[in-house]
Every structure is written in structure tokens, then in C-alpha cells.
Design a protein. Sequence first.
Length: 428
Amino acid sequence: MPRLFACLALVLLAVVEPAVAKEDAVAPDTQIGDWVFHLPDGMKIVTGLDGRPALAFRSTPDNLSTTVRFSHSAELHGEDSGKAFKAWAKEGRDALKKTLSIETDGDITETRTAQGYEMQAWAAMYTDQRQVNWLTILTCMHKGKRAGGMMLFTNDFERLESAATELDELINHATFASCRAEGEKPPRLKTRIDPLSTPSFLWDPRPELPKGDAGLDGLYGASGLGAAGDPREGITTAKFRWRYFAFFADGRVMRMIPPEGLMCFSFDYWQQRYPGDCGKYTLKDGTVEMAFGELKETLKVKGDELMDGDKPYSKLAGEAKLSGRFLRHDASNLGETYRKGITFNADGTFDDDGFNSTINVGWWVGGDCVLRDLKAEPGTGAWRIASNTLELLYNDGRRRRFAFHLYTDEPADNPKAIVLNGNVLTQQ
């Protein structure tokens, strides 16, 4: 244990000692929630076990773990912001101590960062249920009436010094977007993640759908059965699935359904995530020829449908008036966790039991980070449907967009079945 406490002292010194000011400030390139910072070369953005964004260190071996997680920023109340900040930070420490069963008081240090933010760093050791020793550091910062926190968790004590140095670089140049001066131009960012919002809400300026005269435009789909499981192990089942093509007027095509539909769509953004499913098409003499890299596919035009052999792809209706409670069509065959639905009211409001977690729809935010609602979080808010997109604006600040279309021949007025990103939901 003495070795661990020596590491603890080392990391506290590294984290709270302000870095020597550089002639050229470290340019911010990343935003997660309200936090704006420069992501050190030795760190990367990953998906945490809770489905939310986290930071990890590239040097950490696979059998060990070092991660950094961000809390939502908060408004401090009271005339004395310094006093309110200390009370807010203590509340966070107490909550973390309770969650991790930490019995010691830990160590607290205070300083001011290179960007002029007041900071408290609290560090403590704890042991998990497997008797593995961990170090946690809760770093709280505030400026004016705004405060935020980040938490480091590590059991990699061999690389603790280098991790502390990189964390110091990040913290000392971090700011809050909510504290940006009026009229101050926001920095150019490589990555922006809002844990409350699917990506298209953050695109500014809002992109428009591609224009052109290539001949096709819209979302086409076909339903059928597909194999699930590993045929090499003799474990396969037939599973209902949809297959899609999304055509754009400029001659580009996606061999999938755009994850957030077409209400706010960027081909270039999704092509980074799904390069093998994004390509080009030409329409000539009733034939649609598509190229996805080296892979070629052909469809035949037959009336309003596109034929893949004898399988018809129909254009999918992208608007509807919903009313009633919907949940997964196979919910009755699954556990209680999956029996959570969403109720759409005719006045444009909704009541969600936490259905996001039951259909496991994730959204990509750059790199290898794919966020998901793993935990059922009920909520209420307003809904609308347009351009093959279902948009949900929650009263608690969450914003979600899902690719949407009607199920087969369902009417647009009060349909009994809808499809979200390939997941069939039926009215109960």
C-alpha cells in the first residue's frame, strides 16, 4: 500500500500545479458537454460502460484501466460563488465516496488553472469487489456562477505519472463554453459531443440535402428474413430485418438507413463512419448501377419500385400522425427490461417510459465513440416527424433524432406499426 500512496502524492502534485504558460496557448479542439479543451495526443475518446463519452489513455494496457469522465456543468446559487462552489464540490465528493464505499477523507488541494478557473482536486484510494486497488481523482472547476467536474479512475499505477502529466495539460487549458464572453468567437473544433443530443443537432450551419438531377431521391426499403448468429458454430436463427438504400439527387447513395433520417443530413459525416456503405449511383435505361468501392450492385426500375431480382424495394413514407403507445413488436417474448414504450399524443407531446434503451439505437460522434442509451430514462416532451425523421425534444434537455418510416402499407394517419432505424414498433 505505501507504493500506492506515493503514487497518490505524485499525481496530486502533477494535477494541481499550473503548467508554465506557453507562448502559444494549447488550441482547444474538443468539446464534451460544456467542457472545451485540447485533447492530448496520448488520450482518446471512448464509449464508457454507461454508454456515454469518456477519455482513455492510449498507453494503458488492455488488462488495466484509466478513464476520465465528465459531469454536467451546473449553475452555482448564492451571492458568494466561491462559497457555493466549495459546497457544490463537497456534495460531489460525498456522492462519490458513497458510491465507491470510500471511508477515508482523501486529500484536497486548491489552485487556479492557466485559464483563470478556480479548481479543487480531491484524490482517494479505494478497493473494488475483486480486491483491486484504484485511485480516483475528482477535479472541480468554476468561473463566476458556473461549475463543472471531471473524474479520473485508474488501476494502472505504472503509468500514473505520464497520465497525470497529460491530465494536467488538459485541465490547465480547459474552459466552459457557457463562460464564453458575449461576442467571443467559438474555437474551431475537431470533435464536439453533447451527451444530451444526437449529432445532427450540433451541426452549424445546418446542412441541406444534396441537389442534382441524377434521377433518384429518397429512402427505399425491403423487409425479409436474415441469418443471425455464427454459422461456423452451427448457431443461426432467422431474424426479421430491413434492408435499405438511401438515394440522393446528386448521384450519391447509402446502402443503409441514415441513422438520424433526412431532416438534418450530412452525407460526408456518415461516410466517415460507414465508408463501405456509402457510394455513387447512375440511372440509365431503367437500371440503377451502384458502386461501393470495389463492390457493385444493380437494381431494376419497375414502376415505383426498385427490383433486386424478385425482391422489391419500395419508397418509404417519411411522415405520419401518431397516436397511442408503441413498443418493440417482440417485447412480449423478451424480459421486462424491453417492455418499455413511448406514448405519442395527438397534441404533439409524448410520454417515454425509457424506450430508447430497448431498441439499442446508437449515434456516432467521431473516432470509435458510439453513444447509446443503455439505461432506461423516462421523460416527457414534444415530438414531430418530417423527412423520414422522428424528432424527440425532452423537457429535461435531451434531444434525439431517429430514422423513421411507416411499416409496409400502414396509413400515415394513426399507423399501428412504425420503424425506427430498422426496429419495428407496434401500437399497443
